[in-house]
Write a protein that binds this ligand. Structure first.
Ligand code: ADP
Length: 581
């Protein structure tokens, strides 16, 4: 509004300036014409006078004329001497021959000029008419003067009028303009508001200028189309990224995308878990600065240089050591491309491989010992001992014992293999655990007595009922009782007990035998692990009994606990979930 107002005032100023000039010029032209007319009439009058410019009554005539016309009349001779003046006496006025208007009139008949009058001390307009009548011997100038201040006065009046008019007009028009522009620009603020909303991701702002029949209407329609399209695209992008996120987060493989500069662009949960990194820590940082793995660095460099893909395997440094396999491939065909890394956790695989290798080595070693014994005894017999009646029977018994050991080992191995294969080889039924313990007791009570062991049963009544594979539980109890008999010296005691513990049924096989040292207690459950190899073998042990116990218990949803003190005895506890009613 202020802008319009100032613009109007400037226009008014220019208009007034031009108008003033025109009016001034017109006024001057008018006054000049008036002056000339009066000068002409006076010239005619002078020429009619008998004495010409020397006439006595001429001064009075000029004064009268001056009063009537508000002009000043001066009569100047050809040599410049003032002979009469309507305002001042001739003696007060010096020669006037060199005045501008007089000089012009000398050549052109009529001269006009404007200047400040030293005589009257006002701005004046001067017109001079030459009278050159040779017949009457008159050669003089009639000079007519008029105050130009009056013109200024008139122009000022006009200016004032125009100023007032322009001011009112300016106020009116700029007010109207402001009103009009406010009305017509109002939709713009709606657009600005809606655009701001789009900027913060809101696409549902209603413009409220729909249905207009002008350009705003068309624009709002186009804008709404744009809103819908943007919304659709954002939803599409969102869905895509959600899908990608879901796929990436559900992947077991770790996925990482690395910028050409080495910073992490994308990492799924699995990758963070494998590299032991937290999400906020990883993004925007250089991967190789956070995980200092030389193998990975080399694979990335190789991939970037050769623009193919490379594979590497490495062990993590932080936390529990894991073995990871990485496949690095390039992301884009840039000069120095970014890379995508897919990580596989092969820790278990490698552990299994090692275990398998160990197992094969162990099995062959274990089987070799009894076989070598059998071979040695058979050879001894062949080489003559067969006829040695003192020894031959002993050697045949040894061959039988070793063959039985071999048989037992193979049976144990097969059982272990079956349990470990994970195949469903169990048939679960509901049964009481006391009868199993009793059966085992009956089976070994005589052997225990032969070895002078105090064998006892301490069963809780009524018997706890479990839902498990009967055969498994029988094997577990049998293996534990056999071990207890094997590793308890004479006069020791063995107890099979049952009881309930919260939701579990517990079978306890306790002895007062040689016991197991603290550091060995975990290892006795490993395959082929024996604290004392020779002793175990002499007892006919295979080194697999406790491994079978552990696997069978776990396969039946239970757990094994061992409490033992060297030289004092051992207590094996089998906890199995009670049957749910
Ligand atoms: P083995 O056939 O040698 O008995 P096991 O797997 O049954 O194999 O037991 C592994 C080892 O654990 C045994 O060699 C023995 O050293 C130790 N062990 C098992 N049971 C007992 C026990 N009741 N008392 C002392 N040591 C035991």
């Amino acid at each position: 509004m202020l802008g319009y107002f100032i613009l109007h005032l400037l226009t008014a100023l220019l208009f007034i300036f031009v108008l003033s000039q025109i009016v001034r010029n017109q006024k001057i032209d008018y006054i000049e014409a008036e002056m000339q007319s009066v000068a002409f009439m006076l010239a005619g009058h002078i020429e009619d006078l008998e004495n010409g410019i020397q006439d006595e009554a001429l001064v009075e005539h000029l004064k009268r004329l001056g009063n009537l016309t508000n002009m000043r009349f001066t009569l100047i001779t050809a040599d410049g001497t003032v002979v009469a003046d309507s305002v001042k006496g001739t003696e007060e006025i010096g020669p006037h021959g060199t005045r501008e208007e007089v000089l012009i009139a000398k050549n052109e008949g009529w001269g006009f000029s404007q200047r400040y009058s030293d005589t009257l001390r006002v701005n004046m307009m001067y017109g001079a008419q030459r009278i050159d009548n040779a017949n009457r011997d008159i050669d003089c100038y009639i000079r007519v003067a008029s105050e130009s201040n009056k013109i200024n006065q008139e122009i000022l009046e006009i200016q004032t009028f125009v100023w007032v008019f322009a001011l009112i007009l300016s106020l009116l028009t700029s007010g109207l303009m402001a009103l009009f522009s406010m009305r017509s620009m109002q939709p713009l603020s709606a657009f600005a508001q809606a655009t701001r909303q789009i900027g913060i991701g809101k696409y549902d702002t209603d413009l409220a200028i729909r249905g207009r029949d002008d350009e705003w209407g068309a624009l709002s329609e186009a804008f709404e189309q744009m809103q819908t399209e943007l919304n659709r695209r954002e939803q599409h992008l969102l869905q895509n990224s959600q899908r990608l996120e879901a796929v990436l987060s559900s992947m077991i493989e770790g996925v990482l995308a690395i910028k050409p500069s080495g910073e992490v662009m994308l990492a799924n949960g699995a990758a963070c878990r494998m590299l032991r990194l937290t999400h906020p820590e990883i993004f925007g940082k250089k991967l190789l600065e956070i995980v200092r793995i030389p193998e990975l660095a080399q694979a990335i460099e190789k991939t970037q240089l050769q623009r193919t893909f490379s594979k590497t395997e490495f062990k993590t440094i932080s936390g529990a050591q894991r073995t990871l396999k990485a496949r690095v491939s390039i992301l884009a065909n840039d000069e120095k491309p970014g890379v995508a890394i897919v990580l596989h956790d092969v820790t278990e695989l490698r552990q299994l491989e090692t275990m398998r290798q160990d197992f094969v080595a162990n099995v062959s070693h274990e089987l070799k010992t009894p076989l070598a014994s059998i071979k040695a005894y058979a050879e001894t017999l062949r080489l003559g001992a067969l006829h040695d009646n003192d020894k031959n029977m002993q050697f045949v018994e040894q061959i039988e014992f070793q063959a039985e050991l071999l048989n037992q080992q193979i049976l144990d191995l097969l059982q272990l293999a079956r349990v470990e294969s994970g195949k469903k080889t169990f048939t679960n039924t509901d049964f009481e655990i006391n009868p199993i313990c009793e059966a085992s007791y009956q089976q070994f009570v005589e052997i225990a007595a032969e070895r002078k062991l105090n064998f006892q049963l301490n069963l809780t009544e009524p018997s706890p009922v479990i839902n498990a594979d009967l055969k498994s539980i029988e094997t577990i109890v049998k293996n534990l009782v056999v071990n207890a008999i094997h590793y308890t010296p004479e006069n020791g005691s063995i107890t099979i007990a049952t009881y309930r513990n919260n939701d579990s049924a517990v079978i306890e096989v306790k002895d007062t035998g040689i016991g197991i040292a603290q550091d060995q207690q975990k290892r006795v459950f490993e395959r082929f692990y024996r604290v004392d190899k020779a002793r175990s073998r002499d007892m006919g042990g295979t080194g697999l009994g406790l491994a079978i116990v552990k696997h069978l218990t776990q396969s039946n949803g239970g757990s094994v606990h061992l409490e033992s003190r060297l030289g004092k005895g051992s207590c094996f506890e089998i906890q199995l979930p009670l049957k749910t009613v």
